[in-house]
Design a protein around this ligand. Structure first.
Ligand code: ADP
Ligand code: MG
Length: 316
């Protein structure tokens, strides 16, 4: 199978939008952004052996390659529109490409994303997606902006994906779904525009990503272990609370939103999350300084074994 045949298979599945003037098939796509909006752009790569295990289901990889990018746009309160897909494949495997694009487009259809171009090359299995969307100027959520007295919130139940990774084949289906088919929080991100002060998506572990918000905002935080949202599946799968805290705080692959909002807007946050059909929990508060303290139920500091995943770090 030649490269152009693979691209033709992708083109047939690519989805449509009225603002795609010219999609797959020319040297570049022509796209018509809505007047008066900022273009929002993000890119994330998945490498075999680093981000996913060899033998992972191609449809899951397609879903996840888009999900991780959608999560970045969710954290900016943006509306996604156009994706570019760079595929590096060891061989021209039509079955792989078909299943991959089906998984990709299943999630793309949920968020009205069209696949408008990309690149197909031979090499080690690697997937890179560039995603573009829009936000009205001033409606974006940035990492900088957290203020003293803000509540620190997180959506969903972080830790589930990390537990699935840790348990491997033993992981229950509910946890595995969280690792393989994350649900990016786009509706929540948009609903929080104008309410939240700062926002980030949790991809490398809650503490690591909250740390980016704190650094960008010039503040510190106190997080309470007792307030961390815990899924029934994680509670059942890991008996040791310390092992659960480690997954919840330093696990990674959650694709939840961590955001801060003024305490006196608590009800507004609740209403926004309810309108977005997204669960959210206050896990602590913004304080002075630059550190993130984690406080146990007995009032003492809890020191996690690690803060999160870092490429090129000692955990890589
Ligand atoms: P060029 O050599 O001009 O870059 P390509 O042969 O790489 O052209 O691509 C031809 C068309 O197919 C372009 O519109 C490109 O965006 C699209 N394309 C190539 N690979 C992919 C892919 N993996 N997913 C989506 N579109 C792709
Ligand atoms: Mg090309």
């Amino acid at each position: 199978m030649a490269e152009f045949e693979l691209i033709e298979r992708i083109r047939r599945r690519a989805g449509r939008r009225d603002d795609v003037v010219l999609g797959i098939g020319d040297d570049a796509a022509l796209l018509a952004p809505p007047a008066g909006h900022w273009l929002v752009a993000a890119q994330d790569t998945l490498n075999e052996g680093v981000h996913f295990a060899p033998g992972s289901a191609p449809a899951d990889l397609g879903w996840k390659a888009l999900a991780v990018n959608l999560s970045d746009l969710a954290a900016m309160a943006a509306t996604p529109a156009w994706a570019l897909l760079s595929l590096s494949l060891p061989r021209a495997d039509a079955g792989f490409v078909d299943a991959f694009v089906d998984g990709f487009m299943a999630l793309a259809a949920e968020h009205a994303v069209a696949l408008v171009g990309g690149d197909t090359t031979r090499g080690p299995l690697s997937i890179s997606v560039a995603l573009h969307g829009f936000v009205a100027p001033g409606r974006e959520l940035r990492r900088a902006g957290a203020r003293l007295g803000d509540e620190v919130w997180v959506t969903g139940t972080p830790g589930d994906a990390a537990a699935a990774l840790r348990l491997g084949r033993e992981a229950p289906a509910a946890l595995r779904a969280r690792l393989e088919r994350p649900l990016p929080r786009l509706a929540a991100g948009r609903a929080l525009a104008g309410i939240a002060h700062a926002c980030i998506d949790v991809s490398d572990g809650l503490l690591a990503d909250l740390g980016h918000v704190l650094a960008a905002s010039g503040v510190g935080a106190e997080i309470e272990l007792a307030r961390l949202p815990l899924s029934a599946a994680l509670e059942a799968a890991l008996a040791d609370p310390a092992a659960r805290w480690h997954c919840q705080l330093a696990g990674g692959d959650d694709y939840e939103l961590c955001f801060t909002a003024p305490a006196d807007r608590h009800a507004a946050v609740r209403a926004a999350l309810a309108a977005a059909a997204t669960a959210g929990t206050v896990i602590g508060r913004i304080v002075a300084g630059g550190d993130c303290r984690v406080i146990a139920a007995d009032g003492r500091d809890w020191t996690p074994p690690a803060r999160g995943y870092q490429h090129f770090g000692s955990n890589a």
